[in-house]
Design a protein around this ligand. Structure first.
Ligand code: ADP
Length: 428
């Protein structure tokens, strides 16, 4: 039971955000501390955990100065998915962290493809498993005798608070090869790595108590508990207000991603569809290559805003576009060679813009129809986030053509979303 305030932490790419939420689920406080970006070069994207530590300490110092930490009894965090490093038994980092978008583990990915079933999320050079294999290779003879500990970014954060090795959560473990349906590590995963695989628990489980040292340093109560968290994108989903079977979120950004709470998992690698466990439910997600960026390919934002004034949404163009920046699509149509369909182009720019937006809405509708069909779950409410929510015509067209109830997301802050793990049981 919640006997004090909750500290929610979102470890992002440009900073760490924190929220304080009351036991009655009222957002009391939000604060952000900036963090230098990962070092990026070609396939490389890496960051020293010392950067995370410095940033987290600065953030905690500020929260302490604001006298909010003495009321915190529960700590829960999310972090970027598939960012990972190796640590020794004493939690000292043995390597730098390969970040979510690092793609250098190409040979390792080839090896994985020989062992992993096709529907595993551990495929590809940016999977956590490929990165762990790469990191182990980089240590060579410096490998410690009793092996390394695998620490996702989230595990590093949690062990900062507990000063002990923490179990990881099933959401972050997915790209390391964990099988959430059977709730175990498949044998082939351990064959590919020397390090021992972490214990896995469901998000929202208590995984430890704050260490006395950390409690004393920052003024936390010494019985504050640390909970298993989730990935950044699931935390953002939780912020939206979606919570029941059939609730969905559409993230209308440069690209469009859809997520739906179902009672059965779907793994359809050809469509790029994976499922994350949440209580008794499953969070099923798919992402299209289309999105708001296509509109910006043809018009500047000021041009879009002025053309939107002229658009009449009650006069459909019936042009049946499939707008894409470049050929190739994964979801809802799995076809690496799919050509963008944006012709014929009407002479009127406002009609052309309307046809593009109609195309985006059509793809979103197709996406939800596919998710509904594969999961046999009826969609209840779609919560919407992203820059696309500022495009009134896009939003109005969705309202009339999607055929589902839509709502603007209550919140977008993942640091708030992750705290919702402590309020929801995600029952059928
Ligand atoms: P990203 O996914 O890169 O973070 P955003 O969510 O900021 O992108 O924006 C996604 C899309 O939303 C843009 O490509 C653009 O089409 C649209 N958009 C962003 N800002 C506005 C605005 N002020 N008015 C209308 N449309 C906007």
């Amino acid at each position: 039971s919640l006997n004090g305030n909750i500290l929610g932490l979102d470890i992002g790419t440009s900073g760490i955000r924190a929220t304080v939420v009351s036991p009655t689920n009222v957002l009391l406080h939000t604060i952000q501390e900036e963090m230098p970006f990962p070092i990026r070069d070609n396939l490389i994207s890496e960051q020293s955990p010392a950067v995370w530590q410095d940033t987290l300490k600065r953030l905690l110092n500020r929260l302490q100065q604001n006298s909010v930490l003495s009321g915190i009894k529960h700590i829960v965090a999310d972090a970027t998915s598939s960012s990972v490093l190796l640590m020794d038994d004493h939690l000292a980092p043995l390597t730098t962290a390969l970040m979510y978008d690092d793609k250098r583990a190409i040979e390792q990915a080839t090896k994985i493809s020989k062992y992993a079933p096709t529907n595993s999320a551990a495929h590809g050079a940016s999977s956590t498993l490929a990165k762990v294999m790469w990191l182990e290779g980089s240590l060579q003879q410096k490998l410690p005798q009793n092996g390394c500990k695998i620490a996702h970014q989230i595990d590093w954060v949690n062990s900062f608070f507990t000063q002990a090795l923490c179990p990881t959560d099933a959401n972050n473990a997915l790209k390391l090869g964990f099988n959430p349906v059977e709730n175990k590590w498949p044998d082939w995963v351990q064959k590919l790595v020397n390090s021992s695989l972490p214990e896995v628990v469901i998000p929202g489980t208590i995984i430890g108590k704050i260490s006395q040292t950390v409690a004393d340093t920052y003024g936390f109560p010494n019985d504050a508990q640390v909970y298993a968290g989730t990935t950044d994108s699931i935390a953002a989903f939780l912020a939206s207000g979606a919570k029941n079977l059939g609730d969905a979120t559409s993230s209308l950004g440069s690209t469009i991603s859809l997520k739906l709470l179902t009672d059965k998992p779907i793994f359809s690698p050809e469509h790029g569809i994976y499922s994350h466990t949440l209580g008794e439910l499953w969070l099923v997600g798919g992402a299209s290559n289309t999105g708001g960026a296509v509109l910006l390919k043809y018009f500047s934002l000021p041009e879009i805003l002025s053309l939107l004034e002229e658009v009449n949404i009650n006069q459909p163009t019936n042009l049946d576009y499939y707008p894409l920046l470049t050929p190739g699509e994964r979801f809802p149509i799995a076809n690496n060679a799919l050509q963008p369909r944006v012709s014929p182009r009407p002479s009127s720019d406002s009609k052309f813009l309307l046809a593009l937006i109609e195309g985006l809405v059509g793809i979103e509708k197709l996406g939800y129809e596919l998710l509904e069909e594969l999961s046999s779950t009826k969609i209840q409410t779609i919560y919407t986030t992203g820059g696309g929510t500022k495009n009134d015509v896009w939003m109005a067209l969705r309202e009339t053509r999607l055929g589902y109830k839509t709502k603007k997301a209550a919140q977008t802050d993942a640091a708030f979303g992750v705290t919702q793990l402590l309020f929801r049981s995600f029952c059928r």
